[in-house]
Design a protein around this ligand. Structure first.
Ligand code: GTP
Ligand code: MG
Length: 195
């Protein structure tokens, strides 16, 4: 699937700008700076198709990427702290929530969690929104290259505990490092298996 063409389609700033729901779609959600855009680059094998940066709040639109006209990969703005004016951030948050709860072809939301921190209250808020909307989500730990094995175990434990409270959660947690490439082929295989 990912050996084929991946293209940036468009950045969306309002619900009426969404492309037609004419194919399945998966998206990458998570706190600002958790590594959403970097993970899209890693999964597609395209170094900079999604813009990543060390400044929280880099991604400010809902960005649609097409994979072989078969699938949309969607990069979302982060939730939680972002380096942008409050009214702007609040506008993205509203858009994000409308998108996550109202997109008929959205098959799975990857909820990215920093391997150093585990699931936080804001992550659980998003998980609850997905529960209410009956949208399946799956947790992906990011930046595993930055964490000691013992700390990773702690993050996994808090995240697993959080998942038990969320009926829409997919039980398996994927461990990834966009930097080192760990878990990327696993994630690709998961995405390719979604129909
Ligand atoms: P926003 O768009 O601002 O919400 O951020 P994002 O979630 O898209 O994060 P982004 O991919 O821009 O990455 C944020 C920072 O983390 C960048 O400096 C990345 O280089 C770094 N980063 C992302 N993934 C990894 C990883 O697996 N390992 C390491 N060491 N750094 C990473
Ligand atoms: Mg981003």
């Amino acid at each position: 699937l990912f050996a084929g063409e991946v293209e940036f389609l468009k950045g969306v700033v309002a619900m009426d700008g969404l492309p037609p729901s004419d194919r399945i779609e998966v998206c990458f959600a998570g706190r600002s700076n958790v590594g959403k855009s970097s993970l899209i680059n890693a999964v597609t094998g395209r170094k900079a198709i999604a813009r990543a940066s060390n400044t929280p709040g880099r991604t400010q639109e809902i960005n649609f990427f097409t994979v072989q006209d078969a699938l949309y990969l969607v990069d979302l703005p982060g939730y939680g702290f972002a380096n942008a004016p409050l009214p702007v951030v609040e506008k993205w948050q509203r858009l994000l929530k409308s998108y996550l709860s109202g997109r008929p072809t959205l098959r799975r939301v990857f909820v990215l969690i920093d391997a150093r921190h585990g699931a936080k209250a804001v992550d659980e808020e998003i998980m609850s929104l997905l529960d209410r909307s009956a949208v399946t989500f799956q947790c992906v730990m990011t930046k595993t290259d930055k964490v000691k094995a013992s700390d990773l175990e702690k993050s996994l434990a808090t995240t697993r505990a959080a998942l038990t409270r969320h009926p829409a959660a997919f039980p398996e947690i994927v461990l990834t490092s966009s930097e080192k490439g760990d878990g990327i082929s696993t994630l690709r295989a998961i995405i390719a298996s979604i129909d």
